[in-house]
Design a protein around this ligand. Structure first.
Ligand SMILES: Nc1ncnc2c1ncn2[C@@H]1O[C@H](COP(=O)(O)OP(=O)(O)OP(=O)(O)O)[C@@H](O)[C@H]1O
Ligand SMILES: [Mg+2]
Length: 375
């Protein structure tokens, strides 16, 4: 940035569009250390975002407009994340070529790797590195990203409908990895992994769960599942015949039973029976969830990677607050489970502190998106 700045010159605001909430993170980067200047969260009307797709762009645009009325949320340029089961992230090996040549080659090669027709897809790629094979071939490793054109167009419509400009689109999983493990695709502390080990980041929201596996500092695998908070609530609602809102309150109150304790809810509690039923339903859902995560992690480990184990899982997302979920996952997945802290790599300004601390588990995507714009 020069002395005279025509625009604000500010990095784009991280905008996370979710099933239940839109969130914004405004980061300032002074002397190389990013500081969260403001943070906000606003509800999204039910049904406007389904399975990571914006089905009602104008409802989402109104929620974003409301978000931009929150204190300190300003700036016209935003970076947002996409996350749904149709976003494809693949690590591929290609003969070495220069970036310009790769740009063209990717268009031809991509169809071999992605299940959606190339004309319906928007492609992006990141060069991870290059290497020599034992037979002296010069190869390169490329992370290929493909998103459905419709997904991207609906995102543009929602953002522009709110009077903002979409400066760039990121994959939500990459943003999660960035806020959990450090900035940039290739950068994070080496002591996180030992030889033969990888780490995973699991973010459980309301409509979606994002799983990312990171090996040698690079997110090499991502998967999006629809097993998440809403499913937990729905299971309680079904089994007790409660409205979704009542089931939601009971879910948060009950949590999972403490597997190390022998006493459940106090028997004199008038809701003890309901709590027990809710916990049983949650336990069944969480077991399904564990099986699904295990399938994803096993799939990754059986691919060409060198890692044989996932040593540590960083857990984030509002649904990660479900009481005792971490112990269930630790037992079910045989890995160390730690809660991810989205504030680990940033400073927090006084204007943002109270809001972000209240939403600490939900803040990782918005912060990670904003981090991608300041580094
Ligand atoms: N204390 C809690 N215990 C258990 N679940 C909780 C708790 N607090 C919030 N949740 C759950 O978190 C979910 C909302 O998460 P969040 O706001 O992060 O979703 P989102 O980002 O809008 O959706 P998406 O899944 O599309 O990313 C709801 O299912 C809610 O029940
Ligand atoms: Mg979310």
């Amino acid at each position: 940035m020069g002395f005279i700045s025509m625009g604000s010159g500010a990095p784009p605001v991280g905008l996370d569009i979710g099933t239940d909430h839109v969130r914004a993170a405004v980061l300032k980067s002074s002397s190389g250390s990013p500081t969260l200047a403001s943070y906000g969260r606003v509800d999204v009307p039910m049904g406007a975002v389904v399975d990571g797709d914006i089905v009602d762009p104008s409802a989402v645009a109104s929620a974003i407009r409301e978000l931009w009325r929150q204190p300190g949320i300003k700036g016209r340029d935003v970076v947002t994340g996409i996350s749904n089961q149709k976003v494809v992230v693949r690590l591929i090996d290609l003969p070495f070529m220069e970036r310009d040549e790769l740009q063209g080659a990717i268009q031809y090669q991509a169809q071999d790797y992605i299940p959606i027709p190339i004309e319906d897809a928007i492609l992006d790629f990141h060069i991870i590195g290059d290497y020599m094979t034992p037979s002296d071939e010069h190869m390169m490793e490329v992370l290929l990203v493909a998103a459905q054109r419709d997904t991207v167009e609906a995102t543009v419509a929602a953002v522009e409908g709110a009077g903002l400009r979409l400066a760039s689109i990121d994959v939500t999983s990459f943003a999660l990895v960035r806020s959990t493990l450090g900035s940039g695709l290739n950068v994070f502390s080496e002591d996180e992994e030992g030889p033969g080990e990888a780490v995973a980041v699991i973010h459980i929201g309301s409509g979606l769960t994002n799983i990312a596996v990171v090996e040698k500092g690079v997110p090499r695998f991502t998967r999006v599942s629809s097993l998440s908070g809403n499913q937990f609530t729905q299971a309680i609602s079904n089994v007790l015949n409660l409205t979704f809102d009542d089931a939601e309150r009971l879910k948060i109150r009950a949590g999972l039973p403490d597997i190390n304790a022998h006493v459940l809810a106090a028997p004199e509690d008038p809701e003890a029976g309901m709590i027990q039923t809710a916990q049983d339903a949650l336990e069944r859902e969480v077991n399904k969830f564990i099986a699904e995560v295990r399938r994803s992690l096993d799939y990754y480990l059986t691919q060409t990677t060198q890692a044989r184990t996932i040593r540590r899982i960083y857990l984030t997302g509002s649904s990660a607050q479900l009481a005792n979920l971490d112990t269930y996952l630790e037992k079910g997945l045989q890995a160390e489970v730690v809660l991810s802290d989205p504030l680990r790599f940033i400073q927090v300004g006084s204007g943002a502190r109270a809001l972000v601390e209240e939403d600490r588990m939900g803040a990782a995507p918005a912060i990670g998106l904003a981090l991608g714009g300041v580094i």
